[in-house]
Design a protein around this ligand. Structure first.
Ligand code: KG4
Ligand code: ZN
Length: 366
């Protein structure tokens, strides 16, 4: 049985440190979106602590789902289906959302489906370009084929999203994700978690050419990224200047600016290279690092110079959210794809090799 008409789907996302629920009608109309973050839980540790993340999810999930239903002004009986992130992510975190979704689907007799988290991110970019006139560039909807850059605390990867079929991975980080590098370098500079916003704020006062840092993967073929060497280089630069305690505010700002410039340069260079290689003129950038002002400016300028277009959805759809899961799940449910109560959570699962794909799609197709 496929869903017809304008189905109302509840999405649940809990792959990392955000517990999110959303209600989406007809695959794109957002009736509600609730996100419960865990900033206070993890900030003392300077990074996400998996065990604490899943415990907080257990505490939050019922009220997050209830708030989403209340915001949408609907009851459980109005739902036509449930979509939940099945992977990749922190296994304990994933299991909280997945178990809850299964129980709800079973008790309500609703169809449910597991969604690949990164497929969700890519679908969000398409969705955002269709519905938000104030997206950075919404002059025309984002349609495949395009190149998608997912850049967050957990992922840094490039995909080709084709007009038909599953997205194909083009490249990914060999070590740290870009957001993770921002978080680690922030720690080195004595800045609070999450590090991205703190670094980019400090970088505004610094000179991006002040400190010579190695360009990751410079001169290398291919579309992979690498950030751990850069992080080590920043740590050595701090040590060279006498350690954190000896750094002046302007020295810190210069380090932040130089680090940010190198990360942005590498993201822009690889993404444009991917677009040229794939012969596509549209680029979508999603994930928490898409909030970075320098990345937005430089990606858009570089794309424009190249006769291409870079699309950054609004931040609410860039960072982890459940709208993207409900929207991708609706595509699957419409195609008649279903999961049963045996569906597992996957901490690592490549985008093109989901268990869902074997059964008729991974959520990218409408
Ligand atoms: O997508 P997200 O909210 O969560 C996941 O990682 O899944 O991304 C969070 C990441 C963090 O590493 C954070 O430091 C980074 O995005 N971030 C930024 C900025 N805002 C958030 N990185 C650079 N510049 C920013 N303005
Ligand atoms: Zn994510």
């Amino acid at each position: 049985m496929s869903l017809t008409g304008s189905p109302i789907v509840l999405g649940i996302e809990s792959s990392c440190d955000e517990m999110a629920a959303a209600v989406v009608r007809d695959g794109g109309e957002i009736l509600a979106s609730t996100v419960h973050g865990q900033f206070e839980v993890h900030s003392p540790y300077g990074g996400v602590v998996p065990e604490l993340a899943s415990r907080d999810h257990v505490r939050a999930i019922s009220s997050v789902v209830e708030s989403a239903l209340a915001e949408a002004r609907i009851g459980l009986g109005d739902l036509d289906g449930i979509a939940v992130t099945a992977g990749p992510g922190l296994i304990g975190s994933l299991l909280v959302g997945l178990s809850f979704a299964k129980a709800l689907a079973y008790s309500q007799g609703l169809p449910f489906v597991g969604v690949h988290h990164l497929v969700g991110h890519l679908v969000a970019a398409e969705l955002a370009s269709r519905m938000t006139p104030n997206g950075v560039d919404a002059t025309e909807p984002l349609e495949p084929p395009y190149v998608g850059l997912v850049v967050s605390g957990g992922h840094t990867a490039l995909y080709r999203v084709p007009a038909a079929g599953a997205p194909t991975p083009l490249g990914e980080t060999r070590d740290d994700a870009a957001g993770e590098a921002f978080d680690k370098v922030a720690k080195l500079l004595g800045l609070p978690f999450p590090g991205g916003p703190a670094i980019s704020k400090l970088a505004e006062q610094g000179d991006p050419r002040a400190v010579e840092l190695p360009r990751p993967m410079r001169g290398r073929e291919g579309l992979d990224f690498s950030y751990s060497g850069l992080k080590t280089a920043v740590s050595l630069a701090v040590a060279r200047q006498g350690g954190l305690a000896a750094l002046s505010d302007s020295a810190k700002a210069n380090l932040a600016a130089s680090f940010e410039a190198v990360v942005v340069e590498s993201l822009v260079e690889r993404t444009l290279r991917a677009a040229r290689q794939e012969g596509v003129d549209r680029i979508a950038v999603v994930g928490g690092v898409a909030a970075n002002g320098r990345l937005r400016r430089e990606m858009q300028a570089a794309a424009a110079r190249d006769g291409r277009r870079a699309i950054f959805p609004p931040m609410s759809l860039c960072t982890d959210n459940a709208v993207m899961i409900a929207a991708a799940g609706t595509r699957l449910l419409r195609r008649g794809v279903r999961d049963d109560l045996s569906l597992e959570a996957f901490s690592r699962v490549p985008i093109g090799e989901t268990p869902w794909r074997a059964r008729g799609g991974d959520g990218m197709q409408t």
